[in-house]
Design a binder for this molecule. Sequence first.
Ligand SMILES: C[S@@+](CC[C@H](N)C(=O)[O-])C[C@H]1O[C@@H](n2cnc3c(N)ncnc32)[C@H](O)[C@@H]1O
Length: 296
Amino acid sequence: MSSPAPALRSRRLLLASLATLPFSASSFGQPIAPASTPVPTEEVPYVQTPPLLVRRMLQMAEVNSRDVLWDLGSGDGRIVIAAARDFGARGVGYEIDRSLIRESRALAKKAGVAARTQFLERDLFELAFSQPSVVTLYLLPEYNERLKPLLLAQMRPGSRVVSHEWDMGDWLPDETLLFPAPDKPHGTKKEHRVMLWVIPAATAGRWQVALENKQETVEIALDQRYQIVTATANRGKVLWSSLRGNILSVAWQDESARWLLRGAIHGNLWRGELTKLGAWSNSTSQQAVRFIAKRQ
Ligand SMILES: C[S@@+](CC[C@H](N)C(=O)[O-])C[C@H]1O[C@@H](n2cnc3c(N)ncnc32)[C@H](O)[C@@H]1O
């Protein structure tokens, strides 16, 4: 059997060397996901996402003119072009196939979005992900698995990841859409699946919450696995907790009432508003009181 072409050989060497890097998916010391480092062995074939699905992926990620979208393995550039043309975003497509890069640039020019798009011949595993606010994927499971800790560690909280077809293993999606596809030419399942993940802030730890206008504090301890947070309080009772991006909400009950603490996490600070929850629903009533919480 003949040896692989130089470009392919160097890519395999790169993937093998990346496999030994210890990635932590948190910049605050407590990993929100286990580091995982499987090495993709299979080549991702060139298959296009149908245009309707491209649109649904971009809608799902709520792409807008403030976004920078990267498509990893961008094929003919359709996702990047649609993000720029129909949603006003800026976009970059990374692709290893040079002829597809040429085709993408020509299609972007034709669509009138050449100034807001870029197509670069790069291996997606050479990239760092601090720039994009949206990443789109149509790859293979082992590629997603390999990318998972990198996206979690490097993308800003609140950034979005959308994948066509393949999931992220134990990192469950925030949203999933299924579309019947009786004419799908490959795979046994005659449906398309697209999934959305919102990059969670790192929240685990003990938070000392001080309530403005009240001489009170409460300590809330948070455990986290990806976007799933579990909270307990040193007094009263936590009813539920949720995290989307860097917005953390904790519903908490003390001897007087049920309260909602909702605010944004920035590093070791969580700031927001405390509102009283209605008696029979989670609708908030009365005036909000500001709170500030510090991670111990
Ligand atoms: C399934 S196609 C998806 C194309 C496009 N994103 C879409 O949804 O229509 C996957 C693409 O990834 C490219 N690709 C595969 N491995 C890659 C790598 N390591 N770096 C960059 N692109 C890669 C392939 O050449 C192919 O065009």
